[in-house]
Unconditional design. Structure first.
Length: 483
């Protein structure tokens, strides 16, 4: 339950409470509309059934006061009005349910991404990037939608209780038998698939992570793929991963459709059994028609209800693995807002000194051990080392992107603080091995991260001249706004 508490804020809790009361009202309207259908059929075929079953004085008086034609006319208008009211309200509740899910997903998707953005590089390096992608892309959505499916189950249970109470009033034996049969079939079906769905969902998750990995790495490995003729290998791996994901989707959608098919066969079998049974007994045709009609209406409402419950439970079983994968991140992602430190704008870089620095990404391997380094303003350094020896890691520490395990980090001969680090990082220019170019205008790529209102065009012009980009921009259609 703790994980769901972290997903809900006060606004969403209020929406959930309104949604719950809306479900109660919709249950009441369902009671009126469904009961009115049975009453309407009784008015047409067997008015005495209402008099005998419903011991309400004004109902009896109303039936005795009007003839059957007037009763049919009045009850037709009443039934039409009730169903219009009911369906409009159910449509509104469905919108509220989907809107609640929308608010839940957008809020927590943003919070999860914010959590990852604020995590240390060390944490992110130890996290599989494809897992992070899938957590943000689909698992947080699946986790939030679990609340929607819990609400769906509650709604359908309330509806089914109402339907069974109404049918129980008119025919105790038939309603009890029908309800028990439907319950047993649905329960057996859900239990039969529970372990299979859990196992297949985990396998599908692994295939999906593999699929995302191939797609994410494709662009950066294009040269190697073409040079070493790896097209077939990449295609084969992608095809295997995609088929693994889609085969589970086919299985899941297929099994979700099965309960309704089985229940419809059971319902029609019950109706035919009643018809055949009546030929060997003394049941009157009028009473038989009423009974069969009640069973048909009961099945028409109960079968979709059991279908919805079965589908919702299957979805909950199918997404249960998401809780285990993403739970730790959800319980940690309420990060306090960063305060904007007041930095000394006139503070200039003088020196940076690392003393006895130690760093490791995990407990199994030490990357940097007892490193000492001093950089003065104006120095030009070249760091040389074998691949994997820690050159990039050392640069990340120098830029303040990685927290050291032990040792001293002094900036301008003082212990580095958040304020001094922020000011220092604002003076860093960093050219990566893999150049980051966003799918945006040339202007926004140069002034990366800045709002249009904050862009200093004089600085932009200076950068363009220093980078010899004048000819490229002038030849581009749209100039600085070209993509």
């Amino acid at each position: 339950m703790e994980i769901y508490k972290r997903l809900l804020n006060k606004r969403l809790i209020i929406q959930l409470v309104f949604l719950f009361f809306g479900l109660l009202i919709s249950t009441f309207l369902e009671t009126l509309s469904f009961g009115s259908v049975i009453a309407f059929l009784a008015v047409i075929t067997e008015p005495d059934l209402i008099i005998n079953k419903i011991n309400i004085e004004f109902v009896k008086k109303f039936i005795f006061e009007y003839d059957q034609r007037e009763l049919i006319l009045f009850s037709s208008f009443l039934l039409f009005f009730l169903f219009i009211l009911r369906n409009f309200f159910l449509g509104f509740i469905n919108y509220l349910s989907r809107k609640f899910t929308y608010n839940l997903v957008t809020l927590n998707g943003k919070k999860l991404l914010n959590y990852y953005l604020n995590c240390s590089l060390k944490f992110l390096y130890n996290k599989n990037p494809e897992v992070i992608t899938r957590n943000i892309e689909s698992l947080i959505v699946a986790l939030c939608e679990r609340i929607f499916y819990f609400v769906t189950i509650l709604r359908e249970i309330l509806m089914m209780i109402v339907v069974m109470i109404i049918v129980f009033i008119f025919n105790t034996i038939i309603s009890t038998i029908a309800f028990i049969i439907l319950m047993i079939v649905s329960y057996l079906f859900i239990q039969f698939l529970k372990k299979t769905l859990k196992k297949r969902s985990l396998i599908a998750h692994e295939f999906d992570v593999a699929r995302l990995k191939i797609v994410n790495e494709l662009y950066f490995n294009l040269k190697e793929i073409k040079l070493y003729d790896l097209n077939d290998t990449v295609l084969k791996n992608f095809d295997t991963a995609l088929k693994g994901v889609e085969s589970h989707r086919v299985f899941f959608n297929t099994v979700n459709a099965l309960p309704r098919l089985f229940l419809e066969i059971i319902a029609i079998t019950g109706i035919l059994f009643l018809a055949i049974f009546s030929t060997f007994t003394d049941i009157e045709n009028q009473s038989l028609i009423t009974t069969i009609t009640i069973v048909a209406i009961c099945a028409a409402r109960l079968i979709p209800g059991f279908q919805q419950i079965s589908t919702s439970l299957n979805v909950l079983n199918n997404t249960k693995f998401a809780i285990k994968i993403i739970k730790e991140d959800i319980l940690s992602f309420d990060i306090p807002k960063k305060s904007n430190p007041v930095t000394k704008q006139d503070e200039v870089f003088e020196s940076l000194e690392l003393n006895n620095i130690n760093f490791s990404y995990d407990s199994h391997r030490v990357i940097l051990k007892n490193i000492n380094l001093k950089i003065n303003a104006g120095d030009k350094l070249c760091i040389i080392g074998e691949s994997g020896s820690g050159k990039t890691t050392l640069l990340s520490i120098v830029m303040g992107l990685l927290d050291i395990d032990s040792g001293d980090f002094d900036l301008n001969k003082q212990k580095i603080s958040k304020e001094s680090l922020s000011n220092f990082q604002n003076q860093i220019g960093y050219v990566t091995q893999d150049i980051f170019i966003s799918d945006d205008t040339i202007l926004n790529n140069i002034a990366i991260g800045a709002k249009n209102s904050e862009i200093d065009m004089s600085k932009i012009d200076n950068v363009i001249k220093m980078s010899n980009l004048n000819d490229l921009i002038q030849d581009s259609e749209g100039g600085l706004q070209a993509k």
